[in-house]
Design a protein around this ligand. Structure first.
Ligand SMILES: NC(=O)c1ccc[n+]([C@@H]2O[C@H](COP(=O)([O-])OP(=O)(O)OC[C@H]3O[C@@H](n4cnc5c(N)ncnc54)[C@H](O)[C@@H]3O)[C@@H](O)[C@H]2O)c1
Ligand SMILES: [Zn+2]
Ligand SMILES: [Zn+2]
Length: 395
């Protein structure tokens, strides 16, 4: 089959690799029809490259048609239309019983002290072949799937793999009062969807989005979100937002940016340096040093009102990142964070994926390209060229 593979930092290719086969009774093989590129893939493309091997198959946002199931999978059959969550979870361990599917104790990657295995997400998360390919082997397929109806286009459902539950969890964790205020930092696919969910579920909320990419600001503005261009606001961001939120700051802030934020010169240099060192040196460095570019989380702490909540959906990886403890303590801030527990939120989201399309998923993608065009797609997504916000690969 053809698959998108990681080759080196900022280099992916499309290769012919062996077809996946059933290895365990609980496996299934899915023929992929749509599979997205995610902001999380960009971390592998660049900063987390030390944990990738050339040839690793990328991708964790796939959907398609069940091709074959193992003897232990009784709730799926060939021909079923499914979305595959980005995390692999068993559905019946201590953590799964508590709907903490990204902490599944059956698939945890203990060798690296990580949570549940993820598709296409480096050695840190189990080095499981990913979903940017023609076919995907799904371990624990008896639980790791969401069946969706035949009929509507893939665009309607494909974001159930990641964007929708991630944004849903980010907003839920942000704990915004029904008529309160929310600032979303970053208007990539995750931040954009956060604003849509926050606005749709409680139209009385004040939702403010922050980014610096013109077409991302324009997308949110077109849906009635107040937006701030960070390039224009600069150091006045906090003052501007305070003025928009009764002088106190917003009740809640979502950080939908993560470890590669703009405006963090120190860590930016460490990340760049790390790219020129051998993996054996970089891996422990990335695991023990303060390596994240913290501009977004720092501004979240600064912006949120006293006693408010910061919800991190952007991915962070450094073990020794310096955090402004005095401000966090003094302002009495709540923090919630983590990878999204996809299947926990699916029942809340599915009713919003009807023909009236309140979240605008049918028109969410800016690009639909063939698998063969993945190298170019990665490049324009990372460089934010050609209006790329969300790219669907269609094998
Ligand atoms: N928690 C989860 O389960 C989960 C799932 C998917 C993605 N993520 C993470 O969410 C983050 C966003 O993902 P995405 O697909 O939207 O990626 P993306 O890279 O397209 O979006 C990030 C956006 O943040 C903007 N930005 C950069 N610095 C900023 C700053 N200082 N202030 C405000 N905005 C800034 C960028 O211009 C960009 O538009 C990534 O870190 C990704 O890894 C987490
Ligand atoms: Zn993703
Ligand atoms: Zn489990």
């Amino acid at each position: 089959m053809r698959a998108v593979t990681w080759q080196d930092r900022r280099k992916v290719s499309v290769d012919t690799v062996p077809d996946p086969i059933i290895q365990e009774p609980t496996d299934a093989i899915i023929k992929i029809t749509s599979t997205n590129i995610c902001g999380s893939d960009l971390h592998l493309y660049e900063v987390l490259g030390a944990f990738m091997d050339p040839g690793d198959i990328l991708g964790h946002e796939p959907m398609g048609i069940v091709e074959e199931v193992g003897s232990g999978v009784t709730n799926l059959k060939a021909g079923d239309r499914v979305v595959i969550p980005f995390q692999i979870s068993c559905g019946h361990c201590y953590m799964c019983d508590r709907t903490l599917y990204t902490q599944c104790e059956t698939t945890q990657v203990r060798e690296h002290g990580s949570g549940a295995a993820l598709f296409g997400y480096s050695k840190l998360y189990g080095q499981v072949p990913g979903g940017q390919a023609e076919y995907l082997r799904v371990p624990h397929a008896d639980f790791t799937h969401i069946v969706v109806p035949d009929g509507p286009p893939d665009d309607r459902f494909v974001y159930l793999s990641d964007v929708l539950p991630t944004a849903w969890q980010a907003v839920a964790y942000a704990d915004v009062p029904a008529d309160g205020s929310l600032v979303v930092l970053g208007l990539g696919p995750i931040g954009d969807m956060c604003t849509r969910i926050a606005q749709h579920t409680h139209p009385d909320r004040k939702v403010i989005g922050v980014d610096m990419v013109p077409e991302r600001l324009a997308r949110a503005r077109a849906r009635g979100i107040e937006v701030i261009d960070l390039d224009e606001a600069g150091d006045d961001l906090t003052a501007i937002i305070q003025e928009m939120t009764g002088g106190r700051g917003p009740d809640s802030v979502v950080d939908a940016v993560g470890m590669e934020a703009h405006g963090s010169p120190g860590a930016s240099m460490v990340q760049r340096m790390a790219q020129h060192l051998p993996d054996a040196v970089t891996q422990p460095l990335l695991k023990t040093a303060g390596v994240d570019r913290l501009a977004a989380v720092t501004s979240a702490i600064d912006l949120v009102r006293r006693g408010g909540t910061v919800s991190l959906s952007g991915v962070y990886g450094g073990m020794a990142d310096p955090m402004p403890m005095m401000t966090m303590f003094d302002k009495q801030i709540q923090f919630r964070m983590g990878q999204a527990n996809v299947k926990k939120w699916a029942p809340d989201i599915l009713p919003l994926l009807g023909d009236d399309d309140p979240l605008g998923v049918d028109t969410f993608a800016t690009h639909r390209v063939s698998l063969e065009e993945a190298p170019h797609a990665y490049e324009i997504f990372q460089k934010k060229q050609d209006g790329a916000v969300k790219i669907i690969l269609q094998p």
